[in-house]
Design a protein around this ligand. Structure first.
Ligand code: FES
Length: 168
């Protein structure tokens, strides 16, 4: 092999090497982006029915704060493994449950019975009785939980961090 052929061979090798390294870098750099893109498809959202009390404990028309354990509590979570919902008994056999967390930044909302509004103390968010936004910065309605009656017990279906991601 003469000198020009060696140079050409070396150049060709270096071009292939740099192309391969660039391709490898692109693959490595895209892993976090791709994994975050596909994560919702790959993760199975744990949803568990939690008992929040006997049916007779809730009066028709009342909206009551209930607390229950998250779907997937960590052993170290302590009180943070619990969450809350506003549970309304609409009729003898039906309930509506709203997340107690504001959809703006997650502060706990309170139910104002006389005004029939949910109020958020943090930035003045206000929700109507049906959970839709009445005023303030919340971007969307209060998240709803599914509710069922199981052998005279009221149960709420939990989901992780119900601030912005689920609806009934
Ligand atoms: S957290 Fe409720 S209005 Fe901001």
């Amino acid at each position: 092999m003469n000198e020009p052929e060696k140079n050409e061979s070396r150049r060709s090798f270096l071009v292939k090497l740099s192309t391969s390294l660039a391709a490898l870098s692109a693959v490595v750099a895209s892993v976090p982006v791709l994994s975050s893109f596909f994560a919702p498809l790959l993760e199975k959202t744990p949803q568990v029915w939690r008992n929040v009390g006997e049916l007779s404990k809730f009066k028709v028309g009342d909206t009551t704060l209930v607390q229950f354990q998250n779907a997937d509590p960590e052993a170290w979570a302590g009180v943070t493994a619990h969450t809350a919902a506003w549970l309304r008994r609409d009729s003898e056999k039906s309930f509506t449950a709203f997340s107690a967390n504001c959809t703006h930044l997650g502060c706990p909302v309170r139910w104002e019975k006389d005004a029939e509004l949910f109020m958020c103390p943090c930035h003045g968010g206000v929700y109507y009785k049906d959970g839709s936004v009445a005023a303030g910065p919340p971007p969307k309605s209060l998240v709803r939980y599914k509710v069922r009656i199981n052998k005279n017990q009221v149960e709420i279906q939990t989901s992780p961090v119900p601030i912005t991601s689920i609806s009934a």
